[in-house]
Ligand binder design. Structure first.
Ligand code: NI
Length: 158
């Protein structure tokens, strides 16, 4: 495994649409392992492949406290409800804003072997699924921001 560099906002790679993964090979497994390690080191709750410079539809998400799941070619198949809460991104360090997201989502995705799984997320987890899947279509959380938080509010959010 290896730590990969995080691509920061302003890099055009973060605005591109990612390719569907068709080959479930060692290279994909390596990418996923590296993304998990990088996300853990950076204390993130999710990471998308374009954030490490790879335009493939792959994300990793902190699912439970110590479990990171991998989602290849993820799709939101159901969503319901609404929440507004603070959100940030490893590609936009130090910036947080209030976004509006569904409260519940159901996501279908493959794992590194191509096997399909369905995951359900509520609250923070639903936000994470939406945020990371957006990255695969070149969308940053700021496009959903209702209001950016200023420095006095940031102390509370951190
Ligand atoms: Ni992000």
């Amino acid at each position: 495994m290896a730590i990969r560099n995080i691509v920061l906002e302003g890099d055009p790679i973060l605005t591109k649409k990612c390719r569907v993964v068709e080959r479930f090979d060692d290279r994909l497994a390596q990418l996923i392992d590296d993304m998990k390690e990088t996300m853990t080191l950076k204390d993130g709750v999710g990471l998308a492949a374009p954030q490490v410079g790879v335009l493939k539809r792959v994300i990793v998400i902190l699912y439970e406290e110590d479990k990171i799941i991998e989602l290849v070619n993820p799709k939101i198949i159901e969503s319901s409800g609404m929440q507004e809460d603070a959100e940030g991104c490893l590609s936009c360090p130090g910036e947080y804003g209030i976004t509006r997201r569904p409260m519940n989502v159901k996501v279908k995705a493959q794992d590194r072997f191509g096997k399909e799984h369905v995951y359900e997320g509520e609250a923070l987890l639903a936000r994470a699924f939406c945020h990371e899947i957006d990255h695969l279509d070149g969308i940053l959380f700021k496009e959903h921001v209702i209001r950016m938080l200023d420095s006095s509010e940031l102390e509370v959010e951190k």
